[in-house]
Ligand binder design. Structure first.
Ligand code: FES
Length: 115
């Protein structure tokens, strides 16, 4: 049986597309981030790229959107980063940190591994 091509990645960003986050601009945020990852060769399917980006349903931070979460293997463990009030500069900084294996930004971070 044929299997899908597997793309190894350094991390996975999920941008909420639930109704509350969409009302706060998460759709154009996702599109702008997607374009930046694609054009900057950060996207997992590009040569040199290793960042996976997908839309998600509600992430449970509806009053604080746009919400974004990131999962990656870092420091020998699974790390998760949760962010509220995300704008394009923060989303791009997150993607670049994942791409480079750098520490995730603390700005607007909440949840188990952050503020
Ligand atoms: S709609 Fe985005 S966190 Fe609920």
């Amino acid at each position: 049986m044929a299997t899908p091509k597997y793309f190894p990645t350094a991390g996975h960003l999920l941008v909420c597309q639930g109704p509350n986050c969409q009302a706060r601009g998460s759709a154009p945020l996702y599109q702008a981030l997607w374009r930046a990852l694609d054009q900057g060769h950060l996207a997992y399917y590009k040569s040199g790229g290793n960042v996976r980006l997908t839309e998600s349903g509600c992430l449970g931070a509806c009053s604080y959107g746009p919400a974004l979460c990131v999962y990656r293997e870092h420091g020998g463990k699974l790390e998760q980063g949760w962010y509220a009030g995300v704008d394009f500069p923060l989303a791009l900084a997150l993607a670049q940190a994942v791409h480079q294996g750098a520490e995730l930004p603390e700005d607007r971070r909440y949840g188990p591994d952050g503020g």
